[in-house]
Design a protein around this ligand. Structure first.
Ligand code: SF4
Ligand code: SF4
Length: 366
């Protein structure tokens, strides 16, 4: 039997035994807020990421129902607190005192899937690139680490390999987690990982465990998840923009409920509201949805996307055409399949993409 080595310093791999997971993460939670996937309620059929608490049930055996999007982009977030105060220089006037609320506390998200992290890589383009940098998003993003599983649990709705990612895609992650018999091997992928490992109080894996992890990783790397073809869709959305028969076929049963956007790791529509309370108040950012009629309604009453057909066209077009056109070909869908599993009328975005492709290629050939 190969003796285990304690490598407290500059350790690049650790082994967490099954029974040691909660304790290891509790050690980390003295220094970070640790988010883990756990049941949303009493039943275990729905999972979501929540901050670790003592004795909580961490479930790493399947993709979470809701992505960890809210860790960086909270569903409701105070951006600014404000207060009107009598001016000291001129008591007949009031000064407006503003305080920006920027959260820079350190966070680890443990148990993400490659599609979850890919969602943040998409959002990064919007919030961190170009003329306007979102300081609220940036503060959280820079202080968050991701520990990501090599994903062996794809189901029929997953199609990450079709959109530029895959079940072994570790881009954007700081730590790779490989499930093996008896526990997990964690490997550092960025400089930030060794700091984490030094706080875990775990042993280094032995050679057999390293070999087991290598085999699992090879198996996951060889998986191709999904067979959606996206060639021609970028141009197809533009070419079929006015083909309302096509969009009716794709989206006629849509209820405009917005669930697909709320479960989506790459949807980032939001609204801003002020919540006054007397002479003070807060400016809030809250998730919104392009599938809602009110989202695009203008003050005049005019609405450029008045029906669900225009709204669904926008959702699909944004992810597979407008976004890649703007951001060097990156598709704004990570293939997680959550919208497909959650839609109450079983609308499948893959079928919409295929219909657009077919219509486009039909046009090209005719
Ligand atoms: S979840 Fe389905 S029904 Fe609801 S808005 Fe999305 S596509 Fe329409
Ligand atoms: S559009 Fe659907 S499959 Fe694509 S990232 Fe959003 S929820 Fe996942």
């Amino acid at each position: 039997m190969v003796a285990r080595r304690k490598e407290k310093k500059s350790q690049n791999r650790i082994f967490i035994p099954l029974e040691g997971l909660n304790q290891t993460l509790e050690n980390l939670s003295k220094h970070f807020t640790v988010w883990v996937p756990m049941p949303s309620g009493e039943n275990e059929w729905s999972l979501e990421f929540k901050p670790l608490h003592r004795g909580c049930k961490i479930l790493l055996d399947r993709q979470s129902t809701l992505p960890p999007k809210k860790v960086i982009l909270p569903q409701g977030q105070t951006l600014i607190e404000y207060e009107y105060k009598k001016s000291e220089s001129d008591p007949s006037k009031q000064d407006l005192v503003l305080r920006e609320v920027i959260d820079e506390s350190p966070i680890i998200v443990f148990g993400t899937r490659p599609c979850d992290v890919r969602g943040f890589l998409v959002c990064d383009k919007v919030f961190l690139q170009g003329r306007y940098i979102d300081v609220y998003y940036r503060a959280r993003r820079l202080n968050t680490l991701f520990a990501t599983l090599f994903c062996r649990e794809a189901d029929d709705a997953c199609f990450c390999s079709s959109v530029g990612s895959g079940p072994a895609d570790m881009e954007g992650s700081d730590i790779g987690i490989t499930p093996i018999d008896g526990g997990w091997i964690l490997e550092g992928l960025t400089d930030r990982a060794s700091e984490i490992f030094s706080l875990c109080d775990c042993e280094a894996p032995d050679e057999k465990q390293i070999e087991d992890a290598r085999r699992v990783q090879e198996e996951v790397r060889s998986m191709r998840v999904g067979n959606l073809r996206t060639d021609g869709v970028l141009e197809g959305v533009k070419g079929q923009f006015q083909n309302m028969e096509l969009w009716r076929d794709i989206a006629e049963s849509c209820l405009s409920c917005g669930v697909c956007t709320y479960v989506c790791p790459t949807c980032y529509c939001f609204t801003i509201t002020d919540e006054p309370q007397g002479l003070r108040g807060e400016r809030l950012r809250s998730w919104d949805s392009c599938m809602f009629y009110q989202y695009t309604q203008e003050a005049s009453g005019h609405n450029p996307r008045p029906t669900k057909l225009e709204r669904y066209r926008n959702r699909l077009g944004h992810k597979f055409s407008y976004f890649p056109l703007r951001y060097s070909g990156m598709i704004a869908c990570c293939g997680c399949g959550r919208c497909i599993r959650s839609c109450p009328v079983s609308i499948d975005i893959r079928q919409g993409v295929e219909r657009v492709r077919e219509a486009h290629h039909g046009c090209v050939c005719s």
